[in-house]
Design a protein around this ligand. Structure first.
Ligand code: ADP
Ligand code: MG
Length: 595
């Protein structure tokens, strides 16, 4: 109950604030609201999606300048006079313009990875800033004045006290939309971006699309903030849309707690108020005028990055008792399943696969088949090329030569997302999960390709039926693999063995007929291995095909129906476990290859 009371208290304070504080403070609160909307976009983009942007101020500018231009009708060319004069037309046009510009910039920059991405955002942030300053019809560096006040239901919002409610209503709507999104299939896809593109794609997430979606949302939030700004100030010039302000927005998101929705509000509040105080006090204290607050901010940023990387929000909420997490099993309609293959049907067929990394031949003429209802083990010493083979088969990487067929269809040219859709699902040698999400949410990522509702229904919570089905399916798979007791725990708090089991549940959630498991027994204790073998036997009994890459001979010998042994990228033996075990070449590889 406590968090709800706090929220009610906060809303109450918001409601009465303009009646009790001075005009100056209302203005300050207005600015906090405007900044919070932009910071909220950055929470989604940077904090959740892991995509750093320094350029958000430019999108604020796009929203502000579009409405400034369209609503000051005297500037308009003849053909669009009919559009002019209304801030609401300005809002719509701002949304359209921002969507177009962000779409193009997103396509261009989101392909960049690592530090090239933030550098890219700096580049277009600067370009747009100079564009605003240099276009004659936008008033150049002097800017545009005479922007009309916003009117709502016949009231002209000329005062900051009346504008306050509009701004904060928008903030709250943006918080609601963001929270809804995060609590949905598309939200999980965005959160999965941080777990690495390879994992997300293997679970059927179109990561390029998710990146563009989150980039557009952040840009649109910024643009709406710009629209509000223009009609509040009734004047725009390029200064508030420069790179330096873009950095400040990022700063707000980080200080507040970049992965927390409410952190955006805290960050915007703290930075705005602090800036005001520092601007007032530092020059007096130092006896000289200047922008000293930026120096203090810089030092503060370094302190936050060192001491409180997750920002202020987690520190603040430490003192609030958490609402007891929902612990009942999720319920929902069953998701449709693919028709299961016949027992013994050949599911996977790799023919003469070669994979070269420069001069190194990691897979040299490898062939193997996996049937429905069998466990096929691919074994060999470290560095033999097993994971490489796995990646070629599952579409993470493409073979240099050779052909891979899945259920009779050539899949060599497909990417991992498309292959996952056909019914092949995998786990990773190095566990790839999202440690700050619950086991249930992590497993539900595996169900991504079985849902279809997009970002907009998610933001408006119009996809609750599908979401319930996805969570119920995830829960079923968690129970199936024996993780029932950990369902609502954070994935990061599980032991390695359980994390590997979680990955199997996640793979099962995609409704596969072929499971690819890369060293599932590595790091497991004896009893955990037994439990894993039991689970795999059960799945095999249900007709699942399993391709198992393993290092541990004992584990494989008790479980596999057939074994392929690799060494130095080549197949050196193939057959029943007991045959392979006695093969002199295999004995030599294993004894000679002990590491
Ligand atoms: P295993 O899974 O059997 O231990 P891998 O398939 O991981 O072996 O590796 C096989 C060989 O290919 C190793 O020599 C490894 O260094 C090399 N290799 C794997 N991936 C790459 C890569 N992306 N680039 C270059 N070499 C690689
Ligand atoms: Mg490997």
């Amino acid at each position: 109950m406590r968090p709800r009371l706090l929220l009610a208290g906060f809303l109450g304070l918001l409601l009465i604030a303009p009646r009790v504080v001075s005009e100056f403070h209302v203005t300050l609160l207005n600015y906090i609201g405007l900044y919070a909307i932009v910071a909220l976009g950055l929470v989604l983009l940077t904090g959740v999606g892991g995509l750093t942007s320094f350029g958000q101020a430019a999108f604020v500018g796009l929203g502000a300048y579009t409405t400034a231009y369209l609503s000051t009708a005297q500037n308009l060319p003849g053909w669009c006079v009919a559009l002019g004069g209304s801030p609401w037309i300005g809002l719509l046009a701002g949304i359209v313009v921002t969507t177009l510009v962000a779409f193009v910039l997103g396509l261009l920059t989101l392909r960049l990875s690592g530090h090239y991405l933030p550098l890219g955002t700096i580049a277009w942030g600067i370009s747009l800033y100079f564009l605003f300053g240099n276009l004659e019809f936008l008033g150049g560096h002097t800017g545009m004045s005479g922007i009309p006040a916003l009117s709502l239901l016949g009231f002209e919002l000329r005062e900051s006290r009346s504008f306050y409610y509009v701004i904060w209503a928008v903030v709250l709507v943006a918080v609601w939309l963001t929270q809804n999104l995060l609590d949905s299939r598309e939200g999980r896809a965005i959160r999965a971006l941080k777990g690495g593109v390879v994992m997300a794609e293997a679970m059927g997430v179109d990561t390029a699309r998710s990146k563009v979606a989150v980039f557009l949302i952040a840009a649109l939030f910024a643009s709406v903030s710009g629209w509000l700004y223009a009609h509040l100030q009734r004047f725009v010039n390029p200064t508030p849309f420069g790179l330096h302000i873009g950095i400040e927005y990022l700063f707000m998101a980080v200080v507040g707690g970049s992965a927390h929705v409410w952190g955006a509000l805290v960050g915007a509040g703290v930075i705005t108020i602090l800036k005001q105080w520092l601007q007032d006090w530092l020059p007096r204290l130092l006896g000289a005028s200047g922008n000293f607050e930026m120096i203090v901010f810089g030092v503060m940023m370094i302190f936050v990055l060192q001491r409180a990387r997750d920002g202020l929000w987690p520190i603040l909420t430490r003192f609030v008792p958490r609402r007891a997490a929902k612990r009942e099993l999720p319920h929902g309609a069953l998701l449709p399943k693919k028709a299961a293959p016949e027992f013994g049907e050949v599911l996977l067929e790799a023919k003469n696969v070669f994979k070269r990394f420069g001069g190194l031949v990691a897979n040299n003429n490898m062939s193997l088949t996996v049937r429905a209802g069998e466990v096929m083990a691919l074994i060999g010493p470290n560095g033999a090329g097993k994971s490489t083979m796995f990646n070629c088969v599952s579409g993470v990487d493409s073979a240099t030569e050779g052909e891979v067929l899945f259920r009779g269809e050539v899949v060599s040219a497909l990417n991992s997302r498309e292959i996952a859709r056909l019914g092949m699902s995998r786990t990773f040698q190095h566990v790839r999960l999202l440690p700050t999400m619950t086991v249930l949410e992590n497993v539900a990522i595996g169900g991504h390709l079985r849902g279809s509702k997009g970002v907009l229904p998610a933001m408006l919570h119009l996809e609750r039926g599908e979401e319930a089905s996805l969570l119920a399916e995830a829960a079923r798979q968690i129970v199936r693999v024996g993780l029932r007791d950990s369902m609502f725990e954070l994935a990061g708090s599980l032991a390695l063995g359980q994390q590997r089991t979680l990955e199997i549940a996640r793979a099962l959630c995609a409704d596969p007929c072929l499971l690819l498991l890369d060293e599932p027994a590595a790091g497991l204790r004896y009893l955990e291995k037994e439990a894993l073998a039991e689970l795999l036997r059960k799945l095999r009994g249900e007709g699942m095909g399993i391709l198992l890459v393993e290092h541990d001979m004992d584990f494989v010998m008790g479980l596999a129906d057939r074994v392929v042994v690799m060494e130095f990228g080549e197949k050196i033996a193939e057959g029943l476990p007991e045959e392979v075990q006695c093969d002199p070449a295999v004995v030599e590889a294993y004894l000679g290859g002990v590491d």
